[in-house]
Design a protein around this ligand. Structure first.
Ligand SMILES: N[C@@H](CCC(=O)N[C@@H](CS)C(=O)NCC(=O)O)C(=O)O
Length: 247
């Protein structure tokens, strides 16, 4: 069965799906796309939605990390990424949904806000990617792409600052799920993969890594998603980080 995964370097939900495919032993070809331009490419390829991750597999076209997780579990049930027990499955699905809405989205906003302040680290996320243009050139000409991502994601200062302030509570929640056994099993489940990818992107920011790495969440993230390239220097205003220090 031929599989082709469309990604943007550094995209955390795309990294979650890469890990799902690896864990399930499904061979695939990765297609690296530039942010924003990705939308036109996926539209031209007739995907119904135009974000990454998007996957073409066995003649089907699916977009979205959670949708892809369910499809992959049907196509290749072993190892499962959702528990078979309905109650446990419901808990994993709740955590997975939270990971998308309350972790991945805020971390994406913080990332683009930080990248607008200093884009020198952008190329580090594209390690091993084939974008069709030299990485240095892509970074030097990225200002319009960054501006578009700020707009698309609502990553202006006020929401990004609120996202930073909400992080300690989000980390408490993840640590509690680990303590309860909803997260942290081996092999990882769909919620581990969704949440670990969001944490890995957060941990690629020098401003946020110290808050996360010493906690159970910080231990889970590299275990569930070991290969996540990229680093952004500390650039967020000191007053944004005060709630983190207080926590
Ligand atoms: N909630 C979606 C996230 C989709 C999403 O926003 N992907 C971003 C990359 S992380 C994207 O495609 N951005 C391209 C763009 O906005 O132009 C999922 O989990 O798949």
């Amino acid at each position: 069965m031929e599989a082709r995964l469309y990604v943007i370097p550094g995209s955390h939900p795309a990294m979650a799906v890469r890990r799902m495919l690896e864990l399930k032993g499904i061979p695939y070809k990765r297609v690296d796309l530039m942010p924003v331009i990705s939308r036109g490419v996926l539209r031209a390829l007739r995907f119904q939605s135009h974000t990454v991750p998007s996957l073409r597999i066995g003649g089907r076209k699916v977009t979205g990390s959670r949708e892809i997780a369910r499809l992959l579990d049907r196509i290749q049930p072993d190892p499962p990424i959702f528990p078979s027990d309905p109650e446990q499955r419901a808990r994993v699905e709740d955590a997975e949904r939270w990971g998308e809405e309350s972790l991945a989205d805020p971390v994406r906003r913080i990332f683009w806000n930080a990248t607008r302040r200093d884009r020198s680290g952008m190329g580090t996320y594209a390690e091993g990617a084939k974008l069709g243009v030299p990485i240095g050139l892509a970074v030097r000409t990225a200002a319009p792409i960054i501006a578009a991502e700020i707009r698309i994601n609502g990553a202006q200062d006020d929401p990004a600052r609120a996202d930073v302030a909400a992080l300690p509570a989000a980390l408490d929640r993840i640590d509690a799920w680990i303590a309860e056994g909803v997260l942290g099993g081996d092999p990882p489940n769909a919620a581990d993969l969704q949440i670990a990818a969001g944490l890995r992107l957060a941990m690629s920011l020098d401003d946020l890594r110290p808050l996360i790495e010493s906690r159970p969440a910080g231990e889970l993230a590299p275990r569930a998603n070991p290969e996540f390239a990229g680093r952004t220097a500390a650039v967020l205003p000191a007053e944004w980080l005060e709630p983190l220090r207080a926590a």
